[in-house]
Design a protein around this ligand. Structure first.
Ligand SMILES: [Zn+2]
Length: 155
């Protein structure tokens, strides 16, 4: 008895490292690249490859496979991990930007944001795999960003 294809583990379970910065990257669903690469970059996608996400802020690589890399210029949206502007989304599905989180923090309303995202997740509205360049849930990034804001006030 074997697992059906849709339930099988990722073909490559070995840890792979970014060819530029050598940090290890999590594999990203192919649909994430299909949704978020620019047309020119998408035209070079190899669907047989496993693509991984480089989260290192100082590295220009966003996605890498064993044969190719894609950078910020190949992605249609600013990548949270690589782009520190206030207008860059932290939560791509529901449009919460760094500046939005900062404003909510100043107004003492910061916790309402992760709460509303969690409610959307429970309601089945979350679309991180096609909206968020990292291909997975934004909530960790939202909470980390809010923690940094909270700690900065007391620093
Ligand atoms: Zn890298």
């Amino acid at each position: 008895m074997t697992l059906s294809d849709c339930c099988a583990p990722q073909p490559s379970s070995t840890q792979a490292s970014c060819p530029t910065c050598a940090c290890s990257g999590k594999s990203v669903p192919l649909v994430t690249l299909k949704a978020l690469l620019t047309p020119a970059a998408l035209a070079t996608l190899d669907p047989a490859e496993t693509y991984r996400f480089c989260a290192d802020v100082a590295c220009e690589v966003v996605y890498f496979s064993s044969t190719a890399t894609y950078g910020q210029a190949d992605v249609k949206v600013p990548v949270f991990q690589k782009d520190e502007r206030g207008t860059t989304p932290v939560c791509y599905c529901f449009g919460h930007t760094r500046a939005g989180l900062e404003q909510a923090h100043r107004e003492g309303q910061a916790q309402a944001i992760p709460q509303s995202i969690q409610a959307h997740i429970r309601a089945g509205r979350c679309g991180c795999e096609v909206n968020n360049p990292q291909g997975s849930c934004c909530l960790g990034n939202v909470n980390r960003t809010l923690t940094v804001l909270r700690d900065a006030r007391h620093a």
